[in-house]
Structures are given as C-alpha cells and as structure tokens.
Design a protein around this ligand. Structure first.
Ligand SMILES: O=C1O[C@H](COP(=O)(O)O)[C@@H](O)[C@H](O)[C@H]1O
Length: 242
C-alpha cells in the first residue's frame, strides 16, 4: 500500500491525474487499450474536470474503456447518476465515443441490472481474468467505498461480480462491484480529501479489521498495488507518518 499525502486538494487531484494518465499510457502502449472503473459521488468530479483541462492531449482517449465501480439505481438523466456526472464532466468534453462507455442499465430491475452489468464485464474480458487496469474509489464518511455500505449483505459476497445493494436507511438501491471483483484490479486508487473524511480514513487504514463497520477495509488487491491519494485534512487522524 502506498499513501500519497498532499498539502492541498488541488495537489491531491493533480497527483491522481498524473497517476491516471501514466497508468493509461502504460496499458495502451502494452495492450492497446486501457480499462478503468470510475468512482461516483462528489469527490471525483474535480478529478474528471482536471483530466479534461490539463490532460486532454496526454493520451489516446479513443483507447480508454470506461466502467463504473458503482451506480445509483436512478435513470441516467437523474442528477444523482454517476454516469450523468461522468458524461457531463469527462465523456462529453473529451468527445468520448459512447461505445467506450459501459453504463449500468438502470432501466432494468436492480437484480437484473446487476446481472446484466456482470455479463457486460465478462464479455469485455472475454474469458480472461476480470482485472481492470485501474479502479478508482472514493470513501464515504461512514467508511463505505463503491457501494459497499456498512452492514449490507454484499460485504460477504465472495463472487467476482456486480450486485444490487439495498440501503435500508435511504430506502434506495445501488449497484456495485463486489470486493473480490475490485481486488482483481491491476491498480486501485482511493481519492479522499477533506476533514470530514479523516475519521473514516483512520478507521480503514489503521484500525483493527471490522468489515461490517468499515467496509473499505475489504479492499486488499490480490497483487498488492493499492494507492491512496489524500490531502492533509483527510490524513489528519493517521497516527503513522507516511
Ligand atoms: O456514494 C458514493 O460515495 C463514495 C464516496 O463519495 P463522496 O461523495 O463522499 O466523494 C464513492 O466512493 C462512491 O463511488 C459513490 O457512489
């Protein structure tokens, strides 16, 4: 595990943008394509804007295939849709061909949407290991990542797949990669910034294992490559020096 702590949010975003571009360039050079699963929520929006503003000419975007590590069970036109946010901030400004974007079909029932997305992933990897070149993750202040929320049944799921998750407190479904699927990735990077995340960062990185309370502790890539991109505020409660 590698933890990169920057003094400011902007520097944190710049560090991850460079990591994204270098990872993409390496994969495109070696394999002719780059597969990435995007995170949702609010934090990655600024990352996508930075990629457009400063890295539009740094890689061959036609060779990038975009997936979603999780999605809210809402139409693609809903302001809560992770797909919509990525479309507006990343895909449209970069003129990404829709064939390079693999969205969750939220017009299906939640279980069917999850199964269909698993099928999409299986088809993309065509019998090879289900290993994305990069999975981007965020961290909720309740220590969830993707849509692996505390005390939900998906936490015990040992399949490399996509599952529907019902959030009792919000009364909504989400669709999420399981932890075993995330852990197959070649590179995995958390983007976390702001003081509001400091406690969760400490729980996940330094506290004793308690998966039900701190689901992001499930993220242990099989190849060991796990990067955290934090700002000083999000790292404030860590006791070790990184
Ligand atoms: O719900 C979500 O939240 C987490 C953290 O998001 P943030 O809004 O606090 O940045 C994110 O990892 C996940 O993809 C997203 O759907």
């Amino acid at each position: 595990m590698k933890i990169t702590i920057a003094d400011t949010v902007d520097e944190t975003l710049r560090n991850l943008a460079v990591f994204f571009v270098e990872t993409a360039q390496r994969n495109i050079q070696e394999k002719g394509r780059f597969s990435v699963a995007l995170s949702g929520g609010s934090s990655p929006k600024k990352l996508y804007e930075l990629l457009v503003a400063h890295h539009a000419h740094d890689l061959d975007w036609k060779k990038v295939h975009f997936f979603f590590g999780d999605e809210r069970y809402v139409p693609h036109t809903d302001p809560d849709s992770n797909y919509l946010m990525a479309k507006q901030t990343l895909f449209d400004p970069l003129f990404i061909n829709p064939l390079q974007v693999y969205a969750v079909d939220t017009s299906l029932e939640p279980k069917q949407a999850a199964e269909a997305y698993t099928e999409t992933i299986l088809k993309f990897f065509n019998g090879e290991k289900l290993s994305f070149d990069l999975i981007l993750l965020g961290l909720g202040d309740n220590s969830h990542t993707a849509s692996l929320f505390p005390y939900t049944s998906i936490l015990a799921d040992d399949s490399q797949s996509v599952k529907e998750v019902f959030l009792n407190d919000q009364g909504v479904y989400r669709i999420s990669f399981t932890a075993p699927l995330i852990n197959q990735a070649d590179r995995t990077a958390f983007l976390v910034y702001g003081a509001g995340k400091a406690e969760a960062v400490r729980h996940v990185i330094e506290d004793p294992i308690d998966i039900e309370q701190f689901p992001a502790q499930l993220i242990i890539p099989v190849n060991g490559y796990l990067d955290w991109f934090l700002d000083r505020a999000a790292a404030a409660e860590l006791s070790m020096h990184y």
